[in-house]
Design a protein around this ligand. Structure first.
Ligand code: FES
Length: 145
């Protein structure tokens, strides 16, 4: 039911942990399943994501999508990181079963939340970024995942 890539990122997740004095930290949850994801970003003065770590208290698909999402944003600039959607993460993982698609949204929104935190701390505006919700439930209802 899961692709080999999902199983690989679930059993051997990349970039697990925390970053001390991170440039931005974002936490989002899904009240329906109780899962929570936190992303830490280390961003250089030039706006490059030098390092990224995550902690996920959630299902296997949430762990695998966080792991892949961190791999996709590492080394990128802020605008490129914004383009890492849940669909991009799923594609990179060779897909997810339909009932697990919503789990991938946690990764996208946790990255947005960390970028939002970074923009607030540094007093800058990131084009195209809106304040992410703490709970992805609203988005799930609107878009019917
Ligand atoms: Fe909650 Fe997967 S079931 S994130």
């Amino acid at each position: 039911m899961y692709s080999e890539k999902v199983m690989d990122h679930f059993t051997n997740p990349r970039n697990v942990g925390e970053i001390e004095n991170a440039s931005g930290v974002g936490t989002v949850g899904n009240a329906k399943c109780g899962d929570i994801m936190r992303i830490y970003l280390d961003i250089s003065d030039e706006g490059i994501i030098r390092d990224v770590k995550f902690k996920t208290f959630g299902c296997g698909a949430a762990v695998a999508t966080s792991s892949m999402a961190t791999e996709l944003v590492k080394g990128k600039n802020i605008q490129q990181a914004l383009e890492v959607t849940n669909k991009a993460v799923m594609e990179a993982l060779d897909g997810l079963p339909p009932v697990k698609v919503h789990c991938s949204l946690l990764a996208e929104e946790a990255i947005h939340a960390a970028l939002w935190d970074y923009s607030k701390k540094h007093g800058i505006k990131i084009e195209g970024l809106e304040e992410p919700p703490e709970d992805i439930g609203e988005i799930l209802e609107e878009e019917e995942y």
